[in-house]
Design a protein around this ligand. Structure first.
Ligand code: HEM
Length: 302
């Protein structure tokens, strides 16, 4: 029961993320578009294997339960926060993550899925890129603590065999953040480092005396890993930020990170990073294993 290629794949330098509301629900409303998507995907993967094209289709809870009623358990709702430091949900039924060494292929595949698809609304589409030295637009190296070895990655992302047909599926957390880079750049490097909890040049962790309890990594380091495939995005002179995407086989882990970032846990501290970036919409999704997706939509094996 292999995982989808986007779950197993590399953290490529180009990606396109779409969050889609499907107004006409049910398998038959999705069938033609998903068939067209995989036909194009097979063609690109066969003719241009060096581009490493990888895809994940992940479903919002309501649509997934309509398509498949036998799990997974613990498909939690994403924590939603209102107010000055919001964490909003998008009512998306489908998350599409396409990544490759080439942005044009990401575009082409996304277009094959969405073009002429009546009865959907693309709630968010983000074309993202790897920035210098794997840095976020804040200038800090992102992804340092990501698990690297296949075994480690599988252990944090894939549902175990015991769950039956959903085994090797993964939960996906997607959220788009918009940075206030003017405000960020007005801080000294020393202050920025205190916000992140790491040094800017090398990404070395600050020692416990220097690292405030409200630093980003102090809030999200709970001793359990997730796999992050986030990438920066931006319009010149316009909106810029990070499309955050993380995989886990246990949404309670991400829940706890979010609770600690947004000051919802016992110590009530908030992540200082939120003074400089704002979540604008996302949700939790489930990426079924490829076999189950093939079975549901009568797709050829890949
Ligand atoms: C705009 C939003 C965000 C930015 C710019 C950002 C940036 C960073 C940076 C620079 C690091 C340090 C290097 C690394 O280990 O990757 C980091 C670590 C991390 N971030 Fe974020 N992050 C953001 C949002 C989030 C969110 C929403 C979560 C989870 C809910 C999260 C989870 C983590 C985790 C688990 C680590 C590793 C912590 C450790 O063990 O040291 N981040 N992030």
């Amino acid at each position: 029961m292999p995982a989808q290629t986007g779950i197993q794949g590399e953290h490529h330098p180009a990606a396109r993320f779409l969050m889609i509301r499907v107004t006409k629900k049910g398998k038959s409303a999705l069938q033609d578009q998903i068939t067209a998507f995989y036909a194009k995907r097979h063609l690109l993967a066969r003719t241009q294997p060096e581009t490493g094209i990888a895809t994940t289709l992940a479903f919002g809870k309501a649509l997934w339960q309509e398509l498949y009623s036998l799990g997974p358990d613990n498909f939690l709702p994403m924590p939603v926060v209102e107010g000055d430091f919001p964490h909003p949900a998008l009512a998306a039924d489908l998350l599409v993550h396409i990544s490759s060494t080439r942005a044009d292929l990401c575009f082409e595949l996304a277009d094959a899925l969405v073009s002429d698809w009546e009865g959907i609304k693309v709630l968010d589409e983000c074309s993202a890129f790897r920035f210098h030295e794997r840095r976020d637009l804040t200038g800090f190296i992102d992804g340092i603590e990501n698990p690297v070895e296949r075994e480690e990655r599988d252990e944090v992302t894939l549902l175990p065999q015991a769950v039956g047909a959903c085994a090797e599926g993964s939960f996906v957390f997607a959220q788009r953040f918009v940075h206030d880079l003017k405000k960020w750049q007005a801080q000294s490097v020393d202050e920025q480092q205190k916000v992140m909890g790491r040094t800017k040049s090398e990404g070395a962790e600050l020692d416990d005396e220097t690292k405030p309890a409200s630093a980003h990594i102090a809030r999200v380091d709970i001793g359990i890993d997730i796999l992050r495939f986030s990438l920066p995005y931006g319009n010149a002179g316009g909106e810029k930020g990070l499309f955050f995407l993380a995989l886990t086989n246990n949404l309670a882990v991400i829940d706890e990170m979010l609770q600690r970032m947004y000051g919802l846990n016992a110590d009530g501290l908030q992540d200082r990073l939120l003074e400089f970036t704002k979540a604008v919409g996302g949700n939790y999704f489930f990426a079924p294993p490829q076999d189950l997706l093939n079975e549901l939509f009568d797709l050829e094996d890949i």
